[in-house]
Design a protein around this ligand. Structure first.
Ligand code: PDD
Length: 282
């Protein structure tokens, strides 16, 4: 595939970074994943805004305009076949001469972007979508999960916990046994027709899919939404459980730790929500 590295497009095999890059040595960087379907980006503006906010939060002085990023994304889409693609954007603090924890002065950030295949957009049809089976575990990541950092070892280990047992994802609970999110997605329950999801704070990523979904439901439906703590008991007795991310849209969960969610079938509220999301996402 064709990738973008430091202002040039090139075949992935030719893309080289310094082993002293702080993204490599420290996970010192910010990334984004933006979905595109048949050449059309979804949530582009909010994704770039979140990346710029993340860069500011960790003191990387780098702020490309939406137009600059848009041009790179469009070129990556064209050079990689216009299909259903995730655009991965990555800005690390750059390569220093020495390994020293403090933020260095006068280092150029490393900018890397590539496109990868993602599943087609969900069809709002219970028989055509994959029901997720997930594991649970205690959320042992750090206290700044709102930053979309490239340092993902915590997420990787949590994902592997479920994956190693044959599950599709792992959902995480904090020390108070409240739901935080999934290892690579946001999480929701539905109880008596109400969609409930943990409030935005340092324990979870402010997902762009989450933002768009809640916005669409508020504008285009009577479905009630609550952003509040969700206990493990509520998750285990929910009618429906959903996950959202840029690569899976709204994914219905049908099994948690081997137990069925609700009646073990994909729910009607999922169908209503995915139908509206399919209509109104942009
Ligand atoms: N993951 N929470 C975490 C920990 C995530 O890694 C992601 C996204 C989300 C959902 O955010 P959004 O709706 O903006 O994609 C929530 C991306 C897709 C990834 O790391 O591949």
């Amino acid at each position: 595939s064709i990738v973008f590295l430091n202002n040039e497009f090139m075949p992935m095999e030719e893309a080289k970074i310094s082993p002293m890059d702080r993204g490599f040595l420290f996970g010192d960087g910010i990334y984004e994943v933006i979905p595109s379907y048949d050449g059309k980006l979804v949530g582009f503006g909010p994704h770039i805004d979140r990346m710029n906010q993340g860069l500011e939060m960790i003191g990387i002085q780098f702020n490309w305009s939406h137009e600059q990023w848009q041009s790179i994304c469009q070129q990556l889409i064209e050079k990689n076949g216009n299909g259903n693609l995730g655009l991965y954007l990555h800005v690390s603090r750059g390569a220093d001469e020495k390994r020293f924890h403090a933020y260095p002065d006068n280092v150029e950030p490393t900018v890397y972007a590539f496109a990868f295949d993602i599943p087609a957009a969900n069809i709002p049809d219970k028989s055509k979508v994959k029901g997720y089976r997930v594991a649970t575990t205690q959320d042992l990541r750090w206290q700044r999960c709102n930053i979309k950092s490239t340092a993902l070892l915590g997420n990787v280990m949590h994902f592997q916990h479920g994956h190693g047992q044959g599950y599709n994802e792992t959902i995480l609970f904090n020390a108070e046994n409240n739901l935080t999110e999934g290892s690579a997605c946001n999480a929701y329950i539905v109880k008596d027709g109400v969609v409930i999801t943990p409030p935005l704070d340092h324990q979870l990523l402010p997902g762009i899919t989450r933002h768009m979904l809640l916005d669409i439901l508020r504008k285009h439906s009577d479905i009630k939404i609550e952003e509040r703590n969700v206990s493990m008991e509520e998750v285990m007795s929910a009618d429906e459980v959903w996950l959202t991310s840029s690569s899976k849209e709204i994914a219905p969960v049908i099994e948690i730790d081997g137990k069925p969610v609700g009646n073990g079938e994909i729910g009607d509220t999922w169908l209503a929500a995915q139908t509206l999301y399919t209509q109104h996402k942009h």
